[in-house]
Ligand binder design. Sequence first.
Ligand SMILES: Cc1cc2nc3c(=O)[nH]c(=O)nc-3n(C[C@H](O)[C@H](O)[C@H](O)COP(=O)(O)OP(=O)(O)OC[C@H]3O[C@@H](n4cnc5c(N)ncnc54)[C@H](O)[C@@H]3O)c2cc1C
Length: 460
Amino acid sequence: MDEQARAAAAEQQPGQQPEHQPEHQRSRHPVVVIGAGPVGLAAAVHLLQRGLEPLVLEAGPTAGSAIGQWRHIRLFSPWRFNLDPAAVRLLEASGWEAPRPTALPYGGEIVDRYLAPLAALPQIAPRLQTGARVVAVTRAGLDRTHSRDREGTPFSVRARNADGTVREVTAAAVIDASGTWSTRNPLGTSGLPATGEPEAEARISAPLPDVVGRDRARFGGRRALVVGAGHSAANTLIALAELARAEPETRILWAVRGASAQKAYGGGDADGLPARGQLGSRLRRLVEAGTVELHTGFGISSLKALDSHVTVEAVDGRTLEADVVVPCTGFRPDLGILRELRLELDPAVEAPRELGPLIDPEFHSCGTVPPHGARLLAHPEKDFYIVGMKSYGRAPTFLLATGYEQVRSVAAALAGDRAAADTVQLELPETGVCSTDVGTGCDAPEPAAQDCCATEGIPS
Ligand SMILES: Cc1cc2nc3c(=O)[nH]c(=O)nc-3n(C[C@H](O)[C@H](O)[C@H](O)COP(=O)(O)OP(=O)(O)OC[C@H]3O[C@@H](n4cnc5c(N)ncnc54)[C@H](O)[C@@H]3O)c2cc1C
């Protein structure tokens, strides 16, 4: 399809089928996209441009709800890598002004300056339903064990509305772009919640609290225990130190599972990514000055919530007392909603099987993941794809630029354009998109986190 035809397709109203579309691709049912994050919205744009009808179901009250929860965090990749080219074309046609490509946006700017205007476009708004949490996906009338007529049977997507009512949406295909933000890794060192962790929930904060901003009251003058060794931990610890300067009663504890925090400090002055080196060096200075109290080898076994505080116990019996625990332990995909589908996942990282080895954080980092599309993302369940952050399973190295290429390819595959689906192209600078890294996000269970945003040859 040429550019003009794509633009025309993107102009169509919901429910209209383009004339040029082959008969077998015309379906009464939409392609359901789960999640209106940056990758889900980009998927909608690419589907429209392919003449397919998207319906985006978003759990939160607005597009970009997950990023909205870390709006105070600055991304480590500049604007030019954070925008989907097809979405930009659609936005620009409406008079939208692109941000400076080299600037590093905050999460809040991604929402306000990009996702909100995109969601409001007349091509997208009628095809986006917010307050609609997908709770299950299946084939209509078929459970996972039924093979007969499976590929010719539409999907049934069950969604719970904000008012608690439940409805079923019939779909020709499903693209799961629901991210991983709502399913953090537990504090327990074995991958399971620590004993007492669910009961201590009221003393556990969000993974990236805004400690000097909207969450200040919860942290100022209190004892905060930060758990984990990734960039989120580093950012939170540095922000807590800033808070402690204003409110000196604030106590900052930091627990890492490894024997040393050395790798969380990065390469310092010798780091190939200067800003990341700076982040690590600042953290090291805070530890050396005693502002941050570091506890190494602290694999958590249990939490005990008391009226006044929470006691956190390590596997070796050491205990720490805190008012609030910050879980910077990374994320994992919610596969429960996909239980009735036939998936094929990498046993280690829970990404599509063939993608797993390419992104395993033990061996790869942001800049080193090869571009990939529909073929690699496919599951035995035809016309079902997991894309975006969730496609990486437990690997922390996902980048938006990769996700945009994923959905371009998936939309082409669903439209039957195999050649375009297989021509995956993604050009990232040698240092990945982290070349202007200010160090954030990309958390993983140790020891992988420190590798995030590095590329081979860069000390980490
Ligand atoms: C702090 C932080 C910093 C990051 N910095 C960068 C960076 O600098 N550069 C970069 O390239 N990447 C970065 N990333 C990684 C990644 O690009 C982001 O996480 C990005 O938001 C992923 O986009 P997504 O669309 O896949 O998922 P999300 O942005 O998480 O969007 C998923 C959407 O799905 C919705 N949803 C969830 N479950 C359901 C459901 N069951 N039903 C319906 N809707 C649902 C959510 O509400 C959300 O709106 C960062 C990540 C974090 C956490």
